[in-house]
Design a protein around this ligand. Structure first.
Ligand code: NDP
Ligand code: 8X3
Length: 246
C-alpha cells in the first residue's frame, strides 16, 4: 500500500514508518526536521520517501504534496501534533495556543482534504487520526490541547457520516500515557528533567504499541471500520470528578 504519515521524525510517527516499511508498504513521511527524516531514510531505504513539511502552514503542505510520488494514496496517518505548556488558560501564551490549533486541528483537516478527492474517486482508503484520551477526559492545564483532540475525535466521527456510501474508512486512535517520544520535551519546551518526571516509575505505552495498532488497522478487511480506539497503559485510569470543599 501507499501510506502517508505526518510527524514522521520522532515518537509515534517514526515508529509507524518503521513498522509499515518492515511490512513492505511504501511510506511517505512528513515532518519539519529534515535531518531526522534523513536518518530515517538511511535506515528504511527505497520504501521510504521523506518530505519536509510544516503542517501548520498550508503553503508548505501544498508544496509537499507536489513532491509525493505518483500513485494512489491508500492510507493517511494524521499523526503530527503537539502540546505546549500545562498552565491554566489565563497564563497560556497566545503563540502556544495558536500553534496547537494550527498544527493539531488546521494541519490535520488540510491534510485530510488533500487526500479525500483521490480516496473518494478510487472508492477506497483509510484515514487514521491521532487523537488522545485528552480529547475525552479533562485534566488541569489540558485546556487547548485537550480541546484540539476533542475536535479530532468529533471530526473523525463526522467524516464517517460524510463518507457513508463510499468505501473510505476513518479511525481515531486515542492514546493515553505514552513514553519514549518527544511529546513532554516539547510540552515543557526543552525542560527535559520535568519531561522525564512524567514517566517516572510507570510502565507506559511505547511508540511500538501505537505502530502495532496502526498496522492492525491497515490490515483489516475493507468492509470493517474501527471508529475509535482508546488505549491506556494498564497503570493508568481516568480520574474521579474533582470536588473543591470549603
Ligand atoms: P513527538 O513530539 O515525539 O512527535 C511529534 C511529531 O509531530 C514529530 O515528528 C514532529 O516533527 C511532528 N510535528 C510537530 N509539529 C509539526 C508541524 N508543524 N509540521 C510537521 N510536523 C510536525 O510526539 P508523539 O510521537 O508522542 O506524538 C505524536 C502524536 O500523538 C501527537 O499528535 C500527539 O498529540 C499524540 N499523542 C501523544 C501521546 C503521548 O503520550 N506521547 C498520547 C496521545 C496522543 P518535527 O518537529 O520534525 O516537525
Ligand atoms: C497525550 C496524553 O494525557 O498527556 O495526549 O494529554 S496526555
Amino acid at each position: 500500500m501507499n501510506i502517508l504519515v505526518t510527524g514522521a521524525s520522532s515518537g509515534f510517527g517514526k515508529s509507524i514508518c518503521q513498522r509499515l516499511v518492515a511490512e513492505g508498504h511504501y511510506v511517505v513521511g512528513f515532518a519539519r526536521r529534515a535531518e531526522k527524516l534523513e536518518v530515517l531514510k538511511e535506515q528504511l531505504g527505497e520504501l521510504f520517501t521523506p518530505i519536509v513539511c510544516d503542517v501548520a502552514d498550508f503553503a508548505s503542505i501544498d508544496k509537499a504534496f507536489s513532491e509525493v510520488p505518483e500513485g494512489s494514496i491508500d492510507v493517511l496517518v494524521n499523526n503530527a501534533g503537539l502540546a505546549l505548556g500545562l498552565e491554566g488558560m489565563q497564563n497560556l501564551a497566545v503563540s502556544d495556543w495558536t500553534t496547537m490549533i494550527n498544527t493539531n486541528i488546521n494541519g490535520l483537516v488540510y491534510f485530510t482534504q488533500k487526500v479525500l478527492p483521490t480516496m473518494i474517486a478510487q472508492n477506497s482508503g483509510l484515514i487514521i487520526n491521532m487523537g488522545s484520551i485528552a480529547g475525552t477526559y479533562p485534566y488541569p492545564g489540558g485546556n487547548i490541547y485537550g480541546a484540539t483532540k476533542a475536535f479530532v475525535k468529533q471530526f473523525s466521527l463526522n467524516l464517517r457520516t460524510d463518507l457513508l456510501g463510499t468505501q473510505v474508512r476513518v479511525t481515531n486512535i486515542e492514546p493515553g500515557l505514552c513514553g519514549d517520544t518527544e511529546f513532554s520535551n516539547v510540552r515543557f519546551k526543552g525542560n527535559d528533567d520535568k519531561a522525564a518526571k512524567v514517566y517516572e516509575n510507570v510502565k507506559y505505552i511505547m511508540p511500538e504499541d501505537i505502530a502495532s495498532t496502526v498496522s492492525f488497522l491497515v490490515s483489516q478487511p475493507t468492509h470493517v471500520n474501527y471508529n475509535r480506539i482508546e488505549m491506556m497503559p494498564v497503570s493508568q485510569a481516568s480520574a474521579p470528578l474533582a470536588v473543591h470543599r470549603q
